[in-house]
Ligand binder design. Structure first.
Ligand code: SF4
Ligand code: SF4
Length: 442
């Protein structure tokens, strides 16, 4: 641990890009290179891009803090070349800092922000399958996490989240909302859905999760809310029950192999072949014959390119991997060491985001202008989940009836566990406490 790591721990900072790994852990070791990940490769979202445009100083300061904490001599800020305003803003700030930091320009492809793809692209170093970037001397932080690190240095814990609200809503907008704000209140602030029977995806269209109820809260990792009519092809695919996805995929696959050929992890040389897994599942081949093949599902990142883009028959190879992982986790089956060695592979074709948008049927949505919000959203109730991060859930440290202030700790990291603190995001009275969440009303 070091002072910067302590600050991150106190402030409850986690990976804002989606995985939610506690940032203080990444700041507590040594590294040679730190990458600020501003790739924001999911279509439709632009919370990170706006952050770099509007708060470039704080993002760069956060990167400098992360470099100092880990002893890294080299920093990169990875951003897509198309985001010219963000690049200009970052360049202006970088010209005034002494650290050795370069802007690395990325093409507009998906999944450019995946650490396994990003680290070799920026540094030429390849992260081993099932490894982490630090195994090759690199640490990657989302630009939102670095912004939060700067804020934490000023004594401000993570109480807000920047996200893009888009799709079939009255006013598409990138906005800052209190962590714990309910989807209902966020959507109300943009005028609500413009379609009947809306399906809401929290996150991006590729890796986001369908929201079950409008009472679901925004978390520290919620990068967007996308509203689609239930009849939209993407909504249909994302809401299909898993059992039906599996049944269709088992019976209809024509073994064309396109899912494997476009799989980014296969392209990196990882021993992952979704078409072969599918064939084994389709023929109901069971371990031990296909034990190793099934286990290779652990190498799947869940990027969903195979099922939302590659497969010409709209089948669900990624969902098969999800089901296999759940089954293997229950049985205590992990990846085998032999499968972690990379194989030489020809370069995988890159999937351009514009092609992805067309395939997802989101061209009209992508053309909408995304507005800017003048000031952060104010809400009169929040639901603060105790598990917004990887590791153990936070343990509530308040009781019903307590008065809390924004920034006050309401969930603490259990002793000796990997985790992250949770803070109140509004002033108010605690109205509910459980192992899952603390609710506060203004
Ligand atoms: S979701 Fe599909 S394309 Fe993505 S890593 Fe997994 S198998 Fe490969
Ligand atoms: S792309 Fe679709 S049809 Fe082709 S092998 Fe993969 S799952 Fe089967």
């Amino acid at each position: 641990m070091n002072a910067v790591s302590d600050i991150a721990r106190e402030a409850g900072i986690i990976g804002a890009g989606g995985a939610g790994f506690p940032t203080h852990v990444k700041l507590s070791g040594r590294a040679e290179i730190v990458i600020a990940n501003g790739a924001e490769c999911e279509p439709l979202l632009e919370a990170d891009v706006r952050l770099m445009e509007e708060r470039a100083f704080e993002v760069v300061e956060g990167l400098c803090l992360a470099m100092a904490a880990t002893g890294a001599q080299k920093g990169y800020l990875a951003v897509k070349a198309k985001n010219e305003a963000a690049i200009r803003a970052v360049d202006r700030v970088l010209s005034a800092v002494p650290e050795d930091i370069e802007v690395h320009l990325l093409d507009d492809y998906y999944p450019a922000g995946d650490e396994f793809v990003l680290v070799p692209e920026v540094t030429g170093r390849r992260v081993p399958a099932m490894g982490i970037p630090i195994s090759v001397g690199v640490v990657v932080h989302n630009v939102g996490s670095l912004f939060n690190l700067h804020q934490a240095r000023l004594g401000k814990p993570v109480t807000e989240r920047r996200l893009t609200v888009t799709g079939f809503v009255r006013k598409t907008q990138t906005m800052t909302v209190p962590v714990g704000a309910l989807a209902f209140d966020v959507l109300a602030a943009v005028g609500g859905p413009t379609c009947a029977d809306p399906v809401i995806i929290a996150g991006g269209p590729m890796m986001g999760r369908v929201v079950d109820t409008l009472d679901e809260p925004v978390t520290k990792t919620t990068s967007g809310l996308i509203v689609l009519p239930a009849t939209h092809p993407l909504a249909v695919m994302r809401t299909m029950p898993l059992a039906e996805r599996l049944a269709r995929t088992r019976t209809a696959c024509d073994l064309c192999r396109r899912c494997t050929d476009l799989c980014p992890r296969f392209g990196l040389g990882h021993q992952l072949r979704p078409d072969e897994i599918l064939r084994a599942v389709g023929y109901s081949l069971r371990p031990p014959e296909f034990d190793g093949l099934y286990r290779s599902a652990w190498l799947c990142s869940g990027c969903n390119l195979c099922e939302l883009y590659a497969c010409p028959l709209f089948l669900y190879p990624a969902s098969i991997n999800v089901a296999l992982k759940a089954e293997m986790a229950a049985g205590g089956l992990g990846l085998r060491a032999a499968q972690q060695a990379p194989l030489p592979r020809p370069e995988t074709p890159r999937v351009l985001v514009n092609d992805l948008i067309r395939r997802l049927g989101l061209s009209a949505v992508a053309k909408q202008d995304i507005g800017r919000q003048e000031r952060p959203l104010e809400v009169d109730r929040v639901r603060l989940l105790m598990r917004q991060h990887l590791g153990a859930p936070a343990a509530p440290v308040v009781r019903i009836g307590d008065q809390v202030e924004a920034g006050q700790v309401v969930g603490e990291i259990p002793r000796g566990a990997l985790g992250a603190r949770v803070h109140a995001s509004i002033n108010g009275r605690v109205t509910a406490v459980s192992a899952e969440a603390v609710e506060v009303a203004a």
